[in-house]
Ligand binder design. Structure first.
Ligand code: NAI
Length: 306
């Protein structure tokens, strides 16, 4: 197996002042990339901020013999994001890799969640992934090269009490990925999602210490390196934690054609409910919305000819 190297590559990692982002950035630097370390230096609920965290990681990279610049913009601030992209281009002249990792939490049960809790979390996670990727997109297209990672969460994929705002934003980035994998294909732009679990300040106190000890953020990063390498896949969701990795997919059951016209009633759907929801028969994941549509018509054709 050949070494995974990023020599000559320029990478931006958002929220790289600590936690998972810092680990991703350090590993990219160890493997030859030049880095832009973005971090607002915010507290976990998104308040406050200074660029000290980003600058400290730049120093760590320099100590490794690498090259990096710090950026203290909020990923949720359009002008700040554009400045980050402009500064990267004037310093390094290209953008090969962008890992959208910055994040905050505003956990509350839904009845207690305020509009501000919803807006801020969507701003940082969803708009904060969208805007940097959007600002880098045409540069990657012109280069005919781009490797993008969005950071999703088991909350987005499966749910978690008190995290409706976070879960919506985290599945939102997967929706963006699903389309960008299609739009980027002809320009060698690949995009994937990581679904991490790691002991960072985000998970402090949520699990016993013995469990947290196994969840080093460094144990997620080797998976992420595989999402941004030259021969990376595209459109894949990689679950990663404690040194274990798996692939998450949205799949559909085989389903059933119920009928047309007078035969298609709510009761007729209810009568076939067991077949419609039979998870013992699932289809391979669709690669596009178009494939999903074709499948619907295949079901109809099979049903009408049966
Ligand atoms: P962390 O809190 O250690 O790191 C997040 C970083 O993002 C912080 O350094 C923070 O200053 C920065 N940040 C926050 N708002 C920002 C903004 N507006 N602009 C720029 N930087 C900003 O948390 P952790 O655990 O390293 O999280 C990294 C990503 O992984 C997040 O997107 C999080 O939602 C996701 N994640 C983490 C999991 C875990 O188990 N730790 C589980 C699932 C997802």
């Amino acid at each position: 197996m050949s070494d995974i190297r990023f020599d000559g590559r320029v990478a931006i990692v958002t929220g790289a002042g600590g936690g998972l982002g810092r680990c991703h950035a350090l590993e990219l630097a160890r493997r030859g990339a030049k880095l832009v370390i973005n971090d607002l230096g915010a507290s976990m609920d998104g308040t406050g901020g200074n660029s000290a965290a980003a600058e400290a990681v730049v120093k760590e990279i320099e100590a490794l013999g690498g090259e990096a610049i710090a950026n203290g913009s909020s990923v949720a601030d359009e002008k700040g994001v554009q400045k980050m992209i402009d500064d990267t281009m004037s310093k390094f002249g290209r953008i090969d890799i962008l890992i959208a990792n910055a994040g905050i939490l505003r956990d509350k049960s839904f009845s207690k969640m305020t509009q501000a809790d919803i807006d801020l979390v969507i701003d940082v996670h969803l708009r904060g992934s969208f805007m940097p990727i959007h600002a880098a997109w045409n540069i990657m297209k012109e280069q005919n090269y781009g490797r993008l990672v969005v950071t999703t969460s088991s909350t987005g994929l499966y749910g978690n009490f008190g995290q409706a705002n976070y879960g919506a934003a985290k599945l939102g980035v997967v929706g963006m990925m699903n389309t960008l994998k299609i739009e980027g294909a002809k320009n060698n732009i690949k995009i994937n999602a990581v679904c991490p679990i790691a002991a960072t300040r985000m998970t402090e106190g949520l699990m016993p210490q013995a469990v947290l000890d196994q969840l080093k953020p460094e144990y997620v990063t080797p998976g992420v390196m595989n999402l941004v390498k030259d021969d990376a896949p595209s459109g894949l969701i990689l679950s990663a934690g404690a040194g274990a990795f798996s692939m998450a997919r949205i799949v559909e059951t085989e389903g059933a054609f119920v009928g047309h016209g007078d035969a298609l009633t709510a009761e007729a759907v209810a009568a076939k409910w067991d077949q419609i929801t039979d998870t013992s028969k699932t289809r391979p994941a669709f690669q596009s919305g178009a494939e999903h549509g074709q499948n619907i018509f295949a079901l109809v054709a099979a049903g009408t000819t049966a």
